[in-house]
Design a protein around this ligand. Structure first.
Ligand SMILES: [Zn+2]
Ligand SMILES: [Zn+2]
Length: 378
């Protein structure tokens, strides 16, 4: 359903003179007058439509506004100055609501040009230990807050802003283009909905000023890298009494020098000496909480072997669960040997056999087989 063009309703062109307009209105009004058409609903609607069109087009200011903005110009009875009976205004606002009510509710701008403040993002980097234990962090956020001098109105204290005559305070205007009506920001007030003749000096009429706010953020134990924490209402101040936006804390966790995390589990690579790996023994390993744990290394431990320490991993968000700590050993080959060490190792080598190095023996056995196979087919 679309509202008919007022000129079309009155059967006149857009360049119609006042005299022609009046004559056309009289003729149509007589024709569709309820007294002449008792009980005819259609005639009654038509009569109302003719009256409405004439009220607008016969008033110079209203007609100019209508030419510029179409039906939108009379939203809430505003627009071309005072006038338009109560009946008429109600009728108009009903129409407006039925057309645009949902769109207005869905948008960020309320009926009085109120605007919700923007959401803000704050990047916060924490250490793995802090993610493990949880933390209360103090952050400083530059944000817009409502101007104290003018209480957010933007008008100089003591002065008043006036409603924008073009958009009637909505900040948006609609223009009809054929069947479609297009909503756009009001060109007169740039969407504010009001005109400030005497702007507040503290905020230059914006109603908001930039401040650094100090906030306390509670970081729960077990947070993951990339976790977002929402602080409702801690974003930018709203405009003209609109609600404040939200503040989102984006957490990132610094890489740790010793531990790698995988969900609830922690991993740690621990180098051990060649002799310890061969003879076995006990090693001390660190845990994220700071205390040391002991791990038993069996005889003949190879590089890459993993040992699990239960319950020494990462804390789990909103839970009492704790993950595990995996210790992966890396056997370190001795370097920069003294003459005596070299002598001992050489002696050890002479004592070595397939039994002491089954992996090596097995591998070279397979290589020999492989090369022999190649020779056979060549
Ligand atoms: Zn101010
Ligand atoms: Zn405006």
């Amino acid at each position: 359903m679309s509202k008919r063009d007022y000129y079309e309703v009155l059967g006149v062109s857009r360049t119609v003179t006042e005299v022609e307009l009046k004559s056309s209105f009289r003729k149509l009004a007589m024709q569709h007058h309820p007294d002449k058409n008792p009980g005819d609903k259609e005639a009654e609607i038509k009569f109302k439509e003719i009256n409405e069109a004439y009220q607008i087009l016969s008033d110079g200011q209203k007609r100019a506004a209508y030419d510029r903005f179409g039906h939108q110009a009379f939203e809430n009875g505003g627009g071309g100055g005072p006038g338009g009976g109560a009946d008429f205004s109600d009728f108009m606002s009903d129409i407006f609501d039925s057309f645009f009510g949902d769109a207005r509710r869905a948008g960020p701008r309320g009926a009085n040009g109120r605007e919700r403040g923007a959401d803000l993002r704050y990047n916060l980097e924490i250490g793995l230990e802090e993610a493990f234990a949880g933390k209360n962090s103090t952050i400083h956020v530059p944000t817009s807050v409502s101007c104290e001098a003018c209480s957010g109105t933007g008008a100089k204290p003591g002065s008043k802003s006036r409603q924008c005559p073009t958009c009637g305070g909505h900040g948006r205007v609609r223009a009809n283009q054929g069947f479609f009506s297009v909503e756009r920001t009001c060109p007169t007030c740039s969407g504010r909905g009001e005109i400030i003749d005497d702007p507040c000096k503290n905020c230059q009429g914006a109603g908001r000023v930039t401040r650094e706010r100090t906030l306390s953020v509670n970081i729960p134990a077990g947070v993951e890298d990339g976790t977002r924490i929402r602080l409702a209402g801690e974003g930018e101040a709203g405009l003209r009494g609109g609600p404040a936006g939200d503040l989102y804390i984006f957490l990132s966790i610094k890489p740790h020098a010793i531990f790698q995390r995988d969900g609830a589990d922690l991993f740690c690579r621990v180098p051990i000496g060649l002799v310890s790996a061969a003879l076995g023994g006990e090693i001390e390993v660190p845990t994220l909480s700071g205390e040391q744990a002991r791990v038993k290394i069996p005889e003949g431990t190879q590089t890459g072997k993993q040992f699990r320490i239960k319950g020494k991993g990462m804390s789990v968000l909103r839970s009492r669960d704790v993950g595990d700590l995996y210790i992966q050993v890396v056997v370190e080959t001795p370097q920069k040997l003294t003459a005596r060490q070299r002598e001992l190792l050489e002696e050890f080598e002479r004592e070595s056999s397939q039994n002491t190095h089954p992996e090596t023996a097995g591998f070279f056995g397979r290589v020999k087989e492989f090369l022999g196979g190649l020779g056979g087919t060549a």
